[in-house]
Structure formats: structure tokens, C-alpha cells
Ligand binder design. Structure first.
Ligand code: PLP
Length: 457
């Protein structure tokens, strides 16, 4: 390494503004500067090795530095790095679109590319709105609103924030946002007055139905993270919830947008989460795992029926006027295509299903710790809600507790992140049972150690 850690650290603190990071605290911290990766591990500039327990922000599928993905990228870069999709085509984007249409639920057959999950969501919202306008701009004049769940997270651009429901992230931007219609999320751990998960879920569905009865005509679409609300703290929805949401959307003429950015590409034990409830959305957003964690790429998929509403004479102004400079980038599409082939060749989905069972066994051990209030898991995504008191479910007022747990884990060789009071684990999908076990052990030790410290002080 031609640079010393101290030098890099100084420049990092001087020049780089980190996302979702309070820079004042960051500048007083000892930053983690990653230099390389191999399989399930990341290595910092000092050569320290860490298990990548958050899959480099939920994106990595086959492990770091995968020879097959490297080769796919090399082959493509020797041909061409980028040409535009505005009015012309390129080979990898065609092959990938065909592949995506084949592997996603049946009627999704049209692929619109972008480069981040947030953009995929923006595109979904714009398509949904314009779809109704293209069909009949008089009849559907007021069909302009979107429903989303409480605690929803769909990205950080203004449209995506508008449909977001996380007060902490979204409050400040309120004056800039369009109106969202919120509906309750079945966050059963924190819902009071229900005996079972099914009752809590039924309540949420009932509320949604009332909403649709009153306002359905003004609603263009409903956007939802299928099965698991990731950024909100791995809120796992009771089985059947998504199916009921789909039923209501159909009944009230509202487009169903499934945001599979976090849960897509195997994370929950099926290639796409909506498969588990036999749900076919009108629009689906994918991102994160699509390139196996190699390149920024996202896509919005939709049906022939919606696509057809945009076909017209140019003068009719039904064209979808949206696109990004790097839409359909060759390098990203080539590596995404190889990623999907490898998911198939390596039978990754079957192995994720099996590993999820083992993972669950390890996770349940965390209930031995009195400050673990709730353990939520779907496939290879898990959230451990840390509470001050298991009975009252109160959380620690001092937010530093969570940060300290994450730091303790790092010192033990594991990279994870917290979401509010929730320790989240998003292992790389190719991690071994042994690595999953180690990850949970480190989380166990870290929670125990930090809580003991806070109890004393
Ligand atoms: C991460 C995420 C997004 C935003 O994706 P970016 O690539 O960060 O813009 C959108 N929706 C969900 C469900 C996500 O988890």
C-alpha cells in the first residue's frame, strides 16, 4: 500500500462527506478504511480482517473478489465500458433484460434501467402516475396519490422520500415532498392490544381497506417492501399480509409496486420475496444484489399492459420522459447477467433456504440475553431489537449503546450496522454455516459486553 493509514484518515476526514453519518462524531472516530475483499471477508488498510456481516450494505451475493464476476467485468471492459441507451441499444442490457423478464414473476416483461434503488422507485412512481394519465387524463385526473406503510423506506431522492415513512430520516424534508397516504405496518412486536400476529395483520389490512374505500379513486399506486421492511429495522410481516395487500390493490384499482431492492436476489430464501406469497406486482423495483455487489445498477420492471399505455404517436405526449446518463451501462449489465447465471449454476437459492434454518438456530440463542427483546429473521436477513427492559420493551435512551455494540463487534472482527435499536445482520448469501455461526457469536458477545458496561455506569 503506497499510503499510510494516518494519511488516508486525514484526507478522508478533510474531504469526504459520508452518507447517513454525523460527521462531527465521525471525525473524532477511528475510521474503518477498507482496502480489499476476499470471499466473506473485508480487509482494512492495516491488514485487519473482518467478516462482512452486512454484505457491504446488503448488496454482496457470491462473496468479494469472485473470479467469475471479475472475468465477466474484464471481458466487457475490453469491449466497451459505456454507450447510451437513449435511442440506441447495447448487448449486455438486452441480454440482462431478457433474463430479468424470465426470472421475475410471470407478467413482468418490460425492464427500465437505472443506477440506484432510489431511482428505480422514482421511475416506478412516475410510471404509475403517468399510466393512469395516459389511459384517460380526464377520468383519472385525481389519481395522483400514493399509499405506503408506516416506517416505509424506499430510498433518499425526493420522490422516494415522499413515499417514505421513517420520521427520523424524512421529517426535515417534509416541505419538499408530495403527499403520501400512510397505512399501518404490521410491526407486531410494537403493536399493542393484539393477541396474535394474525390479529395484528388483520387490523392493518382492515385499515387499508377503509382507506381504499374512502380514497381509492385518488390513489395511483401502493408501494410496499414485500415481506420485510429492511431499513425500518427488519420488520418482518406476518405470512399472508402481502397477499391481502395485493387483493385489495386489485379490488380498488390501485397499482401494486413491490420494492424488492433489499429483498430481491435471494435474500429471503426465494429469488424474489413476492414469490413466497404468489404475488405478482404491477411494477417491481430491484437493485442492491442485482450485480452481486459489483456495480451500481437498478431496474424497474412492469407489465405489457402498463407498457402499452405509453405507446402512441409522438404528438400525443404519452412517451415516458425519464432517463439517466448511465441508464443500461454495459459493465453493470454484464456483471449482473453473470451474477444471475451464477445464482442458478451454484444453486444459491436452495442453499440460502438451508442456511436460513441453521441461521435461525444460532439466532435464537440470543434470547438468552435479557436485553434482546425481539429477534426477526427472513432468510438471510435478521434484526435483533435491543431493549432496556424486556417487559416494557423500552429502549435505551442513550443512543450510544447501539453504536458501541457495533464498535465492539468490529473489534472482534465483524462488520455490521444498527438501525435504531436494532442490530442488523445481512450476511453475504454465500457465507458458510461456520461463518454465520461466528457472526452470531460475535453479536452475542458484543451485546453482552456493552450492556454490562452501561448497567454499571
Ligand atoms: C436500499 C433501498 C432503497 C434505495 O436504494 P439505493 O440504491 O440506496 O438508492 C430503496 N428501497 C429499499 C427497500 C431499500 O432497501
Amino acid at each position: 500500500m503506497p499510503y499510510q493509514k494516518a494519511e488516508l484518515e486525514k484526507w478522508d476526514k478533510e474531504y469526504v462527506w459520508h452518507p447517513f453519518t454525523q460527521m462531527k462524531a465521525y471525525r473524532q472516530s477511528n475510521p474503518l478504511i477498507i482496502e480489499r475483499g476476499e470471499g466473506s471477508y473485508l480487509y482494512d488498510v492495516e491488514g485487519n480482517k473482518y467478516l462482512d456481516g452486512y454484505a457491504s450494505l446488503w448488496v454482496n451475493v457470491h462473496g468479494h473478489n469472485d473470479p467469475e464476476l471479475n472475468t465477466a467485468l474484464h471481458i466487457q471492459v475490453e469491449k466497451l465500458a459505456h454507450s447510451t441507451l437513449l435511442g440506441s441499444a447495447n448487448v449486455p442490457s438486452i441480454l440482462l433484460a431478457k433474463k430479468l423478464a424470465e426470472i421475475t414473476p410471470d407478467s413482468l416483461s418490460k425492464v427500465f434501467y437505472s443506477d440506484t434503488g432510489s431511482a428505480a422507485v422514482e421511475i416506478a412512481l412516475k410510471i404509475a402516475y403517468q399510466y393512469w394519465q395516459n389511459l384517460d387524463s380526464v377520468k383519472y385526473k385525481n389519481k395522483s396519490k400514493f399509499i405506503s406503510l408506516n416506517e416505509a423506506y424506499h430510498g433518499d431522492t425526493i420522490g422516494a422520500v415522499s413515499v417514505g415513512g421513517m420520521d427520523l430520516f424524512h421529517r426535515i424534508f417534509k416541505p419538499l415532498l408530495f403527499e403520501r397516504i400512510p397505512t399501518p405496518s404490521p410491526y407486531t412486536y410494537r403493536m399493542e392490544g393484539f393477541e396474535t400476529e394474525e390479529q395484528a395483520s388483520a387490523y392493518c389490512i382492515h385499515q387499508l381497506e377503509k382507506l381504499l374505500q374512502n380514497k381509492g379513486e385518488e390513489v395511483a399506486g401502493l408501494i410496499i417492501e414485500p415481506l420485510v421492511q429492511g431499513a425500518a429495522g427488519i420488520i418482518t410481516h406476518p405470512p399472508g399480509f402481502l397477499k391481502q395487500v395485493e387483493r385489495l390493490c386489485k379490488a380498488y384499482g390501485v397499482l401494486l409496486i413491490c420494492d424488492e431492492v433489499a429483498v430481491g436476489f435471494g435474500r429471503t430464501g426465494t429469488l424474489f420475496a413476492c414469490e413466497q406469497e404468489d404475488v405478482v406486482p404491477d411494477i417491481m423495483c430491484v437493485g442492491k444484489g442485482i450485480t452481486g455487489g459489483y456495480m451500481p445498477l437498478a431496474a424497474t420492471l412492469t407489465t405489457e399492459q402498463i407498457f402499452n399505455a405509453f405507446l402512441a404517436h409522438p404528438d400525443e405526449n404519452k412517451t415516458f420522459f425519464h432517463g439517466h446518463t448511465y441508464t443500461g451501462n454495459q459493465l453493470a449489465c454484464a456483471v449482473a447477467l453473470r451474477n444471475i447465471e451464477l445464482i442458478e449454476e451454484r444453486e444459491l437459492i436452495r442453499s440460502v433456504k438451508e442456511k436460513a434454518k441453521v441461521f435461525k438456530r444460532y439466532l435464537l440463542k440470543l434470547y438468552e440475553l435479557p436485553n434482546v427483546g425481539d429477534i426477526r429473521q427472513r432468510g438471510l436477513m435478521a434484526g435483533i431489537e435491543v431493549v432496556k427492559d424486556r417487559q416494557t420493551k423500552s429502549v435505551f435512551e442513550d443512543k450510544k449503546v447501539m453504536g458501541d455494540i457495533i464498535l465492539a463487534a468490529r473489534q472482534k472482527g465483524l462488520i455490521i450496522r444498527e438501525l435504531g435499536p436494532v442490530v442488523t445482520m445481512m450476511p453475504i448469501l454465500s457465507m458458510t454455516d461456520e461463518e454465520l455461526k461466528r457472526m452470531v457469536e460475535i453479536v452475542y458477545e458484543s451485546i453482552k459486553e456493552v450492556i454490562a458496561r452501561y448497567k454499571v455506569s
